[in-house]
Design a binder for this molecule. Structure first.
Ligand code: ATP
Ligand code: MG
Length: 419
């Protein structure tokens, strides 16, 4: 039996990385007072039709939709933002707090052609900052994405692309002009773009087809259709990003594949050209809650694709997880009292450890620790124990220290700062 096409098991060997991502995101987002939210994986289909838009790729061809036994049309969520907007309105969360900073991590479902970094069930970590129209909140969410990527040791270079896609009215006007322009070249456009000309012309800007891109070079630019408030909002975001030393690139052709965005749109890409290189996509969505029948709640957010992120960070994060693990190497398990005292101390400082339970000699145990990339070993050999001492070996540098058992807690308290 094979798993469903486009789905993957996450095996115990990989779970460490998933937990690490969750922990780092949790810590970072808690610092910014973001609260986790978990919404159902299934929703009524019309939620996504109303929010994402009927003519988008997601709603048009990527949704997992089925009828349940009560003949309701149900969809496996293709993204998180619509569900969160729905939940906020349902529970009137916006009436309790004017600002709501929310985050989620969970599986999403899109019927797409599976390839590297593209699955049918994939996971997104996402945040939504609801309640402010200020460019400072756009800056905040982008800064958080940067912080998380940095903390996750995302060593590949990544680029932030930003654009202002204006208000709904500005975009409508521009879409008309763009369509008129592209109509002239209709026969030269690629097949996908031809189809989009009628129902989603903005997405043509995103086309990877060389000839279409050539035609677009002379096309009217969205930025020339923006009014003063849109321009000022965008300028403010740019200024704040510069102040924070976050490099960005203004991409006039950046539009997102979901209809609910306005003003800011952004993506974070890696330099890798061979695979799906967008790891984070987001933007401002001030009208989503009104589209869903609620009051206007200006908001901005993003989603990071976890599988794509893991493709980049797997190696460096794996190394880090292992090298933070403290390895306890007893000569004999009969010294259990000292072993448990050590474990009690490591527990106090919330350090990760593993006790070697094998019956091999110390040399072999250390060889194993070396092989898996461990840095710190606490060694209990009979000789030093006689002097009420332990040996600490730092495998990455080869340093060795002999310390009194009575001083172990002080020692651990000091070295934990290096983990
Ligand atoms: P793409 O252009 O690559 O299809 P998208 O614009 O459809 O991406 P978003 O809806 O913005 O993607 O989702 C945010 C992030 O979720 C993406 O940047 C990507 O990292 C991830 N993602 C989207 N679809 C998939 C998928 N099918 N498999 C894995 N990750 C995905
Ligand atoms: Mg897509």
């Amino acid at each position: 039996m094979q798993p469903v096409r486009g789905t993957k098991d996450i095996l115990p060997d990989d779970i460490g990385i998933w937990q690490q991502i969750y922990d780092i995101a949790y810590r970072e987002l808690s610092n910014y007072n973001y609260k986790e939210i978990r919404t159902p994986i299934i929703e009524n289909t019309n939620l996504f039709e109303r929010s994402i838009g009927n003519f988008t790729d997601i709603v048009n061809k990527e949704m997992y939709t089925f009828q349940d036994q009560g003949a309701r049309s149900i969809t496996l969520r293709p993204e998180g933002t619509s569900s969160i907007a729905r939940a906020v309105l349902n529970h009137k969360i916006h009436l309790k707090n004017k600002m709501n900073r929310l985050w989620y991590l969970g599986p999403m479902f899109r019927y797409e052609r599976p390839q590297k970094g593209r699955q049918r069930q994939f996971h997104q970590l996402g945040i939504e900052c609801l309640g402010s129209k200020e460019a400072t909140s756009d800056t905040e969410v982008i800064k958080i994405a940067y912080n998380i990527l940095n903390k996750l040791k995302c060593t590949d270079e990544f680029n932030l692309e930003i654009n202002s896609i204006g208000s709904l009215e500005e975009r409508e006007l521009y879409t008309k002009e763009l369509t008129t322009y592209l109509e002239k070249y209709k026969n030269e456009l690629d097949e996908d773009s031809k189809k989009r000309l009628n129902n989603n012309p903005l997405r043509i800007l995103d086309s990877k087809n060389e000839n279409t891109q050539k035609i677009l070079k002379e096309a009217p630019l969205l930025k020339n259709y923006l009014g003063k408030p849109s321009i000022e909002h965008f300028q403010e975001l740019c200024e704040q990003l510069s102040y924070l030393n976050i490099d960005y690139n203004i991409n006039n052709h950046l539009v997102r594949g979901l209809d609910y965005y306005n003003y800011t749109a952004f993506e974070i890409n890696t330099n890798n050209q061979n695979q799906q290189n967008t790891i984070c996509g987001g933007g401002r969505y001030d009208y989503l809650t009104t589209q869903l029948g609620g009051p206007k709640i200006p908001a901005v957010g993003w989603a990071i694709g976890i599988e794509r992120l893991i493709l980049i960070i797997k190696k460096s994060l794996e190394k880090e997880i292992i090298s933070n693990l403290i390895y306890i190497v007893p000569d004999k398990l009969t010294n259990y009292n000292i072993i448990w005292n050590i474990i009690n101390i490591l527990e106090i400082y919330k350090l990760q450890f593993e006790l070697d339970l094998s019956s091999t000699n110390i040399k072999k145990k250390i060889r194993k620790a070396n092989q898996i990339g461990i840095n710190m070993c606490i060694i209990l050999d009979e000789q030093t124990l006689k002097n009420k001492s332990l040996t600490i070996r730092w495998l990455h540098t080869g340093n060795k220290q002999i310390i009194k058992i009575a001083n172990l807690q002080e020692y651990i308290k000091y070295v934990r700062n290096f983990f």
